[in-house]
Design a protein around this ligand. Structure first.
Ligand SMILES: Nc1nc2c(ncn2[C@@H]2O[C@H](COP(=O)(O)OP(=O)(O)O)[C@@H](O)[C@H]2O)c(=O)[nH]1
Ligand SMILES: [Mg+2]
Length: 383
């Protein structure tokens, strides 16, 4: 199952621009027709250095792509409508559309770091973007609490296991549900008050980490950006979705040579007007290192979700599958996963009938307790 991330935030923060920028890929990176699923669902990619550079032979990826030694690993992204304070009371477009995010492993909240729009998304001045984070968490908790409320007749008076299905459809395990129930001291029967239901929903909400994309950094004040960095340490990255989108469009049109997340680009053929626009983007990159859009996704996946990339192969010498495809697949797994968990990602039978495995880099036999590292190339032997 692929990793799925939802883009949320107030109206006009730049969610759709961020979504388009993140998921616009040229044919080199997205050679397969798996890019756009629905208008608000598309594929983005995180970058990893591809193990083929250590093998010294080119790879033939089947579920990802490789450009200049960089493996681009697909991540599903969903863009939803804007959320406003009191959406749970019917303000704005309400909360219903959040149902699209049930399968999300994490969320990116796009906030307007320029401070030029208020919490409803209307033009304004000197708004504090930190306030956006607070209200949004609350509305997401109301959404989850609302799902419980809709099912209340079915679950009221039953044991806690009656809510397992609701949460497993949201990628939340039974063990996580049980832990929250005991942490809150709710007992084994569902006869919760409204407050208890909300508190439980809040625990469930916390299982979906929210990373913050401080957008419109191209026209934000340094002091505001610094305050955000201080307040949301480790879970905020500044970005300019508008610049990233402009660069990816220019790359697709052949005007520039630019790879997502790069710290610079080359202008190939652009008219005077385009050149001027591109030069101001170059200046921004010179100062900030990158547009930040790719960095948001990669910091979220690598640090906040703590996922590592592992490559199963059937031949530990040629690093290929039965058909000779070199490093055909890549699996993202939580840090500290063992090799049997990896086998289970490839196929449940591989885990069930696991015998042993081989670290294809070291040509070393490894046991079922081996803890995987980012970039591991592994041959699994099963009965
Ligand atoms: N300066 C600047 N403007 C941006 C950026 N991202 C989006 N915008 C503008 O903000 C407005 C709202 O963007 P949109 O993506 O539609 O916001 P959404 O309502 O959150 O989906 C549009 O006018 C965008 O051009 C950015 O990084 N920098
Ligand atoms: Mg939008």
């Amino acid at each position: 199952m692929s990793i799925s991330i939802g883009v949320v935030g107030k109206p006009n923060a730049g969610k759709s621009t961020f979504f388009s920028a993140l998921t616009l890929a040229d044919a080199k990176i997205a050679p397969f027709p798996f890019t756009t699923i629905e208008p608000n669902k598309a594929t983005a990619y995180i970058r990893k250095s591809c193990p083929h550079t250590d093998l010294g032979k080119p790879c033939t990826p089947r579920d990802s792509s490789c450009v200049d030694g960089v493996r681009f690993i697909p991540i599903a992204i969903t863009d939803v409508a804007g959320l406003v304070p009191d959406a749970h009371l019917g303000k704005g477009l309400g909360l219903q559309f959040l149902d699209d995010l049930r399968q999300a492993d994490a969320l990116v909240q796009v906030i307007d770091a320029s401070g030029r729009t208020d919490l409803e998304g209307n033009s304004s001045q000197d708004c504090d973007p930190a306030k956006e984070v607070e209200f949004l968490e609350k509305e997401i908790t109301y959404w989850i609490s609302g799902i419980l409320e809709k099912n209340w007749d079915k679950i009221k008076g039953k044991s806690v296991s009656a809510v397992y299905d609701i949460f497993s459809s949201m990628k939340i395990t039974n063990a996580t549900v049980d832990a929250a129930v005991s942490r809150l001291g709710l007992g084994q029967t569902i006869n919760w008050t409204d407050e208890q239901r909300y508190a439980f929903a809040d625990e469930m909400r916390k299982t979906k980490p929210i990373f913050i994309a401080a957008n419109k950094a191209d026209c934000a004040e340094e002091a505001v950006l610094n305050a955000l960095k201080e307040k949301f340490q480790g879970r905020v990255v500044f970005c300019s979705a508008a610049y990233e989108l402009a660069l990816r469009k220019a790359a697709k049109a052949g005007a520039v040579d630019y790879l997502p997340g790069a710290s610079s680009f080359e202008i190939k053929n652009a008219n005077e007007e385009q050149k001027k626009a591109l030069e101001s983007i170059l200046k921004y990159l010179g100062k900030n290192g990158q547009t930040g859009v790719q960095e948001v996704l990669e910091t979220l996946v690598n640090n906040m979700l703590g996922l590592i990339a592992t490559y199963p192969v059937e031949d530990e010498n040629k690093w290929c599958d039965r058909k000779g495809n070199v490093l055909p697949n890549v699996f993202l797994l939580p840090k500290n996963s063992n090799v049997v968990q990896m086998a289970g990602m490839v196929h449940s039978d591989l885990a069930k009938n696991f015998i042993t495995a081989v670290d294809a880099r070291k040509k070393l036999r490894i046991g079922k307790d081996y803890i995987l590292k980012d970039g591991d190339v592994i041959k699994i032997v099963s009965g």
